[in-house]
Design a protein around this ligand. Structure first.
Ligand code: HEC
Ligand code: HEC
Ligand code: HEC
Length: 333
């Protein structure tokens, strides 16, 4: 009898160990749901189809588990982040209250856990943008695109001195890199109407390459010491080969620049100034990033006319090869 009891209690004990974490989690899940139902649902929606902001009191949170970086979300719920909408969520209405509700540390954690497990949106996939290969130049172009495509008229960012600039229609984006996940931002950018229909945002006519630059730019905003990729430090540059570079030069460059880079190729007939690449400075004195960027993005990106951009035509290896050929001053010394 005693032995059987002991055995039973072992089984019961095991049962408890096995199931305890689930009990605990279910408890937290219920707790989170309680907080959300009693404190958040008066303003935010957590399920249903996206609606125009003009029918809402606060941003939709159906995809909230995939939109925000966790550290930002928790800070936001603790009241440690500035308001996102400079004129209130509804710019068309008088703002009644500036303050968002604040949760305790424990509540914020439980709500963030809940959002991350329950507020999932299957439309959001892994982004095609790879931030580990993002260059500083791409981010510079992204910043230009941000202005050229009027983003600044509706979204505020900070200028060099930290002053807010731009229009107050929608969210501020000066801290976008700390707030959004890359996957959500990329999917949103594909078609904003899928998330905020009839709300005033538009679908920009933009190439995949420009979209990458713009998304890359947003993902660096507010991020201290973002680590940029430097292609000229890659293995292709370590393995660069002059002989291969001679071939690339003949196929793609000689037509304008001429055999020795004097700017006397037949393609230069109509060009003024003549595109001499070795006239003033010894080519070995130019920094690698200059060569890489002018070749990859073309002359117009640097205020030099008519030099085509080769980034979509030549592989990184071919760029590295032709650069080392130029660097050797056309192999003449
Ligand atoms: C009285 C209405 C109200 C209540 C209640 C409320 N919120 Fe909000 N919430 C807002 C408004 C308005 C904004 C946008 C304001 C801003 O940041 O400028 C917002 C923004 C947010 C954001 C950022 C959303 C985004 O994408 O811009 C999150 C996350 C959020 N709330 C979570 C919560 C949670 C969780 C609760 C409940 C614990 C809650 N809110 C309760 C009105 C409310
Ligand atoms: C005419 C005004 C307008 C312009 C121009 C505009 N946006 Fe928006 N943007 C909006 C509105 C409206 C929303 C929906 C969110 C809201 O305000 O309710 C939005 C939403 C966003 C969001 C998601 C915000 C969030 O947290 O849910 C991002 C990111 C964004 N825009 C980036 C851009 C970029 C990049 C550009 C330039 C290509 C741009 N926007 C141009 C009005 C604009
Ligand atoms: C269609 C004609 C054309 C072709 C083809 C061309 N370039 Fe150029 N390139 C130019 C022009 C025009 C300039 C700018 C000259 C100026 O404004 O000073 C230039 C400038 C340059 C510069 C900058 C020189 C400096 O002094 O700063 C480099 C380097 C260069 N090209 C390398 C190349 C390479 C390598 C190729 C082949 C992959 C190539 N170019 C193909 C027309 C061309």
């Amino acid at each position: 009898m005693y032995r059987r009891l002991k055995k039973m209690s072992t089984i019961f004990f095991l049962f408890l160990i096995l199931y305890f974490p689930t009990f605990l989690w279910a408890g937290n899940g219920d707790y989170a749901e309680k907080i959300i139902t009693s404190q958040c649902k008066g303003c935010h929606r957590f399920e249903g189809k996206p609606k125009s902001k003009f029918e809402l009191k606060a941003p939709d949170l159906m995809w909230g588990g995939m939109k925000y970086k966790r550290t930002w979300l928790i800070r936001r719920l603790l009241g440690k982040e500035e308001n996102l909408y400079p004129k209130g969520y509804r710019w068309d209405k008088l703002r009644l209250s500036l303050k968002h509700m604040i949760l305790t540390k424990e509540e914020a954690k439980v709500v963030a856990d809940y959002m991350e497990t329950k507020l999932i949106d299957s439309r959001i996939k892994k982004s095609l943008v790879d931030l580990s290969t993002l260059t500083e130049m791409e981010v510079k172009f992204g910043g230009k695109i941000f202005r050229e495509y009027s983003c600044l008229s509706c979204h505020q960012i900070k200028d060099k001195d930290g002053k807010l600039i731009g229009g107050p229609i929608s969210v501020t984006l000066f801290d976008a890199g700390n707030r959004y996940t890359l996957n959500w931002l990329s999917r949103f950018a594909e078609n904003p109407q899928d998330f905020t229909p009839h709300s005033g945002e538009y679908i920009a006519d933009i190439s995949a390459r420009k979209a990458r630059q713009l998304i890359g730019y947003l993902m660096t905003l507010g991020v201290q010491k973002f680590k940029f990729y430097e292609p000229w430090k890659s293995k292709e540059f370590k393995n660069a080969d002059i002989k291969r570079g001679v071939k690339v030069y003949k196929e793609y460059c000689m037509q304008c620049h001429g055999k020795n880079g004097e700017g006397d190729g037949p393609g230069a007939n109509g060009l003024d100034p003549k595109p001499a690449i070795n006239s003033k400075l010894s080519l070995s004195d130019y920094p690698d990033d200059y060569f890489y960027n002018i070749l990859y993005y073309g002359g117009k990106s640097f205020g030099k006319s008519n030099m085509p951009d080769w980034g979509m035509t030549l592989s990184k290896q071919s760029l590295a090869d032709v650069i080392i050929y130029l660097r050797s001053d056309f192999n003449r010394e």
